[in-house]
Design a protein around this ligand. Structure first.
Ligand SMILES: [Zn+2]
Length: 213
């Protein structure tokens, strides 16, 4: 049985680094924007502010969400050191959660091996108390892919757009040996196989409330 996620009007996106959002949930963001005209997107990235990476993130979100009302904040906390700045991270998340009425928040999942991602996975649910929280996965060198419990199918057009946005918008990351179309498609193909689809993105959720009406 499939569950529908209708009526998402306000979406919050949280990433530790510029490119986390596109890699972890780009296809889902594309689908949400297509299904919800007038979508309000509030995006927060904790590091990269004031560097070339900030402009990369603006470009990526502008390409993915041309018709949405997008408000992006990129802070300048040090990459790899977010746990040393836990109070600032928590404050930034609290401020983001206090704006508007977020229906859905997407962030890294809490068991990610990268300390910056993991901190966000822990803190985001403590800031957003009434939104559905889905934790996305990020392919990387560490063997840390989670057992994903929520799967969002994506068709070929959406997958192609996601991969093109990542490859074109983040030239600063192209040196990573996992940063290529084959790797991004491979993970989405695996998640697709797990839900009888060609492609999908996988998420982890700690808690889901169902309304039976
Ligand atoms: Zn990251």
């Amino acid at each position: 049985m499939r569950l529908r996620l209708d009526g998402v009007r306000e979406l919050a996106l949280v990433g530790a680094h510029c490119d986390d959002i596109a890699i972890g949930c780009g296809a889902t963001v594309l689908r949400l924007a297509a299904a919800n005209p007038g979508l309000v997107v509030r995006a927060l990235v904790l590091s990269g502010g004031g560097t070339a990476r900030e402009q990369e993130e603006h470009d990526a979100l502008a390409t993915m969400l041309p018709d949405a009302d997008v408000r992006l904040s990129v802070l300048d906390l040090p990459d790899g050191r977010l746990p040393d700045h836990r109070d600032r991270v928590k404050d930034a998340l609290q401020r983001l959660a206090a704006i508007g009425s977020t229906d859905l928040v997407l962030s890294p999942q809490r068991h990610d091996a990268h300390q910056d991602h993991r901190l966000l996975g822990e803190l985001v649910p403590t800031a957003f108390r009434s939104a559905l929280h889905l934790g996305y996965e990020i392919l990387k060198w560490e063997s840390d892919l989670p057992v994903t419990t929520v799967l969002v199918p994506a068709d070929e057009d959406v997958v192609a757009t996601k991969v093109a946005v990542i490859e074109k918008s983040y030239p600063s990351q192209s040196a990573h040996d996992w940063f290529d179309e084959e790797a991004f498609r491979a993970l989405m193909r695996v998640r697709g196989a797990q839900c009888h689809e060609r492609y999908a993105e996988g998420f982890v959720t700690d808690k889901t409330v169902l309304t039976l009406s």
